[in-house]
Write a protein that binds this ligand. Structure first.
Ligand code: FDA
Length: 476
């Protein structure tokens, strides 16, 4: 078993871990990034499938994502706008398709009025939430004990308004049914993106893409770290000692063929995977409990590539929504400077469970049938078809990210990012601003690195003064 020693060991070469590793290096600390997979990027994965470049994981950048934008600029990456010219389509409960422009779905005037009022009400509630501390809201407990579905049911009897408002958070963001998460969790999701209106506005939340793919962020960050990023190294165990006044008790990580000793560790992966590591001694009671209350959402990202973007010829932007369709939302996802046309659709939570009961052929047929309801029969015949299935990925286990069960956020949120001795936590799933997004992963990476730099200075100074006192003591 080979052994190495570093100041900080980082578990996970996603955007969070690699950001932290680069910051720590800049601050003069040595690092090792241990990655379970044979590639870096985690939930960022740009690949070529049957000749088509596809963003299998995260891809969109929105205007509020300052941390991600700063990283893109620093890495010299360029962005381009999502195609959005023309009309969007909406399919209502009766299956009727309506074309529209703007953000508000083309529903009956009474339903539209209710939807607008609900959006305003949610915006006002979101404005009171600090995304970094939603549990500090005076009504946090009450809001966390009511599911978003129950909250909506109290607001209105209009089922279509409820279905549409739920969609923006449930199918589209947390990728769990609206009965499975709390109103506080829904408010955090919206607050992390600036407002509820921002989630309703597809032109805001799905604004730009990176030319060449978003996985270039982790690839370029890893390139700077060279041999300090070690692939195929799933961390199996982590021994740690509690911090003392004069230093950290240190950490020792073990993979199948490597032992890494360090002063600090960062767990930079989805919190549902903490239990893949044996902690010696075990994590404290609080963390052992907390971590069980977080679970991944589940969504299939479906890519369909055509020889041309045929929907544009019909005056369609490609943007499509319906809480009543298998693919609840879909967009024009054509690559920069590509003459072929790509659609991306999303099949979420219970719908995703349902289609995974089918054979691959039947599933493809059902999903393309749903896309054809938006775009017409041509949608049924893509030249390339691919389903991103993160639920079957051992080192992710769902998509897009993790969220608390009912009541978990106010009960445990306060300790989500609290270090345990020398062990720190960073991941998009723990972020406030940028929660569940690459922006949040980068923010967490910066934050945890600056905490460790600070802790390292404090413990070095304490160790230095302890050594001086000991030396003075032995001289006297
Ligand atoms: P991430 O999960 O990326 O990285 C963790 C790493 O740790 C992984 O590489 C994993 O293999 C590794 N690991 C885990 N356990 C380990 C162990 N024991 N030992 C060693 N390594 C271990 N965001 C966005 O901003 N815009 C978007 O459009 C989208 N869309 C989107 C679509 C899909 C399908 C997905 C799945 C996700 C998105 N997202 C997104 C979310 C975004 O991709 C996500 O929030 C971040 O990439 C997460 O980055 P992290 O570094 O926090 O974790």
């Amino acid at each position: 078993m080979a052994e190495i020693t570093r100041d900080v060991l980082i578990v996970g070469a996603g955007a969070a871990g690699l950001t932290a590793a680069n910051d720590l290096r800049k601050a003069g600390l040595s690092v090792a990034v241990l990655e379970a997979r044979d590639r870096v990027g985690g939930r960022l994965w740009t690949d070529v499938i049957e000749g088509a470049m596809l963003e299998i994981g995260g891809q969109w950048v929105s205007p509020d994502q300052d941390a991600l934008k700063e990283t893109l600029e620093e890495l010299g990456l360029s962005t381009y706008s999502r195609y959005r010219e023309g009309e969007s389509v909406y399919i209502g409960p009766s299956g009727e398709l309506t074309r529209f422009t703007g953000d508000i779905f083309p529903v009956a005037p009474a339903t539209e009025k209710i939807m607008v009022e609900l959006i305003e009400k949610l915006d006002a509630m979101v404005a009171e939430i600090d995304p970094d501390r939603p549990w500090a809201h005076p009504n946090a407990e009450a809001l966390d004990e009511v599911s978003f579905e129950q909250w909506l049911a109290v607001q209105t009897d209009d089922q279509e308004a409820r279905d549409n408002i739920a969609l923006f958070i449930a199918g589209a963001m947390l990728t769990k049914p609206a009965h499975a998460f709390s109103t506080l969790q829904a408010l955090l999701m919206a607050a992390s993106a600036g407002s509820f209106s921002n989630l309703v506005d597809a032109d805001f939340i799905l604004d730009e893409r990176v030319i060449g793919g978003l996985q270039q962020v982790p690839l370029l960050l890893a390139e700077r770290l060279g041999d300090d990023v070690l692939l195929n190294q799933p961390v199996r165990s982590l021994e740690w000692g509690p911090s003392t006044g004069s230093g950290t008790g240190g950490v020792t990580a073990t993979t199948d063929d490597l032992t890494v000793r360090a002063r600090f560790a960062i767990l930079a992966h989805a919190p549902v995977l903490y239990n893949r590591i044996s902690f010696v001694p075990p994590m404290p009671r609080r963390q052992q409990q907390l971590h069980q209350h977080l679970s991944m959402g589940f969504v299939i990202k479906v890519h369909a590539v055509y020889d041309r973007p045929f929907w544009r010829e019909q005056g369609l932007s490609g943007t499509a929504f319906s809480p009543y369709e298998l693919a609840h939302e879909a967009y024009d996802n054509t690559n920069h400077d590509d003459e072929r046309g790509t659609l991306v659709g999303f099949v979420s939570d219970k719908h995703a469970d349902g289609v995974f009961e089918l054979s691959a052929e039947e599933r493809k047929e059902r999903i393309l049938e749903s896309l054809s309801h938006y775009y017409g029969p041509e949608a049924k015949s893509p030249v390339v078809y691919y389903e991103s299935d993160w639920g079957s990925e051992e080192w992710t286990r769902g998509a897009y990210a993790a969220s608390f069960d009912l009541g978990g956020l106010h009960r445990y949120g306060n300790d989500l990012r609290t270090p345990v001795g020398p062990i720190h936590f960073a991941c998009s799933d723990l972020a406030g601003a940028g929660y569940q997004h690459v922006d949040g992963a980068i923010r967490m990476g910066h934050l945890v690195a600056s905490d460790i730099v600070e802790a390292s200075r404090t413990t070095s100074a304490a160790a230095g003064s302890a050594a001086t006192s000991a030396a003075a003591g032995s001289e006297s």
